[in-house]
Design a protein around this ligand. Structure first.
Ligand code: PMP
Length: 355
């Protein structure tokens, strides 16, 4: 029995529940972690194998070539890019870089479950602001929650797990209301799945607002969840601060080369995203036709606001061959997977309503 004390804050941390494995069986689909259902491209696998020859060496600490390629693709300076071990790690580094102990971070809730954890670990205090109707962020209420102690506001767009993305007019009004020394993090993990023309591109917002940081990832549209590559786009001075707060060598050499190969194959990968978006429409339409009230989604998942029935529904779905993600007492999130998975899930959902 160790007598070493742990930080008090850990006792109150909410758990980050991993999505779980697909059950073994004929029909077994994992729709619980918003992953890309497609296997890696041969060119990406080849890049990983090539990189393996160098793994006795440390990787390029600042992922220089990858940062240059990202910057070129986005039309920003390389000095604005900070990579890390998934955008979740980059978020932690952003918070560590700007928050003093006890500073406030305003966040939407319900939203990405890693937020309260990252905020607490950075020594900051989370100020959760309830979502508005339809699972949308309440940006007016979030702006009103800013106090002199607020250092950061997290804007999850599209919002995980509910699906809607913020609109340009709401975001403009919000940025007008928030003081310019408060950092606004636009978490765009699912940006490639957005099709609503009223949703602004975070990079255009970043161009106009020096207090905006954009977070993006290779985990979703680019299908590299297992390699852990994410990045922030920030003004150079902020970017340097985030780099200083980062885990050294946080992105492995295989991950850097796989991300580079994925950028080279962007057209092919984004065509796959189009296919996922088509399945999303089919899932959303199918659920609504069955009578479900499902909020809009601009991401690769849909949200079923099942309230107290969430855990029970998810257990039944898993037994029937589709692993979904329950949020106890609130809802169930279903990732958009392969067409057969959507077929099976629609059957499960229809059965639930007819019981
Ligand atoms: N932001 C949001 C909103 C997410 O849903 C996720 C992944 N679930 C992430 C960030 C983190 O993604 P990663 O660490 O794989 O880049």
């Amino acid at each position: 029995m160790t007598r070493v004390p742990l930080r008090q804050a850990l006792a109150d941390l909410p758990p980050y529940v991993p999505g779980g494995r697909a059950p073994v069986g004929a029909a077994a689909f994992k729709l619980s972690s918003n992953e890309n259902p497609y296997p890696p491209l041969p060119s990406v696998m080849a890049a990983i194998v090539d990189a393996a020859a160098d793994i006795n060496r440390y990787p390029d600490m600042y992922a220089t070539e990858l940062s240059e390629a990202i910057a070129a693709r986005l039309g920003v300076g390389t000095d604005t890019i900070v990579t890390g071990c998934g955008s979740v790690a980059v978020l932690g580094h952003v918070l560590t870089a700007v928050c003093e102990a006890g500073d406030e971070v305003v966040l939407p809730w319900r939203s990405f479950e890693a937020y309260p954890i990252a905020i607490t670990l950075a020594g900051a205090v989370g100020v959760p602001v309830p979502l508005a109707a339809g699972g949308r962020l309440d940006l007016a209420a979030m702006a009103a929650a800013v106090t002199p102690r607020t250092r950061v506001v997290l804007v999850c767009t599209p919002n995980n797990p509910t699906g809607p993305a913020v609109h340009a007019d709401e975001l403009d009004a919000f940025l007008e209301a928030v003081p310019s020394d408060v950092l606004v993090v636009l978490d765009e993990a699912y940006v490639e799945f957005v099709r609503d023309p009223d949703v602004p591109d975070g990079l255009a917002v970043f161009a106009d607002h020096p207090n905006v940081v954009v977070l993006r990832t290779f985990s979703k549209a680019y299908g590299l969840a297992g390699l852990r590559v994410g990045y922030a786009v920030a003004r150079p001075r902020l970017a340097a601060g985030i780099r200083a707060a980062s885990t050294p060598f946080g992105v492995s050499h295989p991950a850097q080369l796989a991300a580079l190969a994925s950028l080279d194959a962007a057209d092919e990968l984004l065509a796959r995203v189009d296919r996922v978006v088509r399945q999303r429409t089919r899932l959303l339409d199918g659920l609504r036709a069955q009578g479900w009230e499902v909020p809009d989604t601009q991401a690769n998942f849909v949200w079923l606001p099942l309230g107290e029935a969430s855990t029970h529904f998810a257990e039944r779905s898993i037994r029937a061959g589709v692993v979904v993600r329950p949020f106890a007492g609130d809802g169930v999130r279903v990732s958009v997977g392969e067409p057969e998975a959507i077929d099976l899930f629609l059957e499960i959902a229809g059965e639930h309503l007819s019981r």
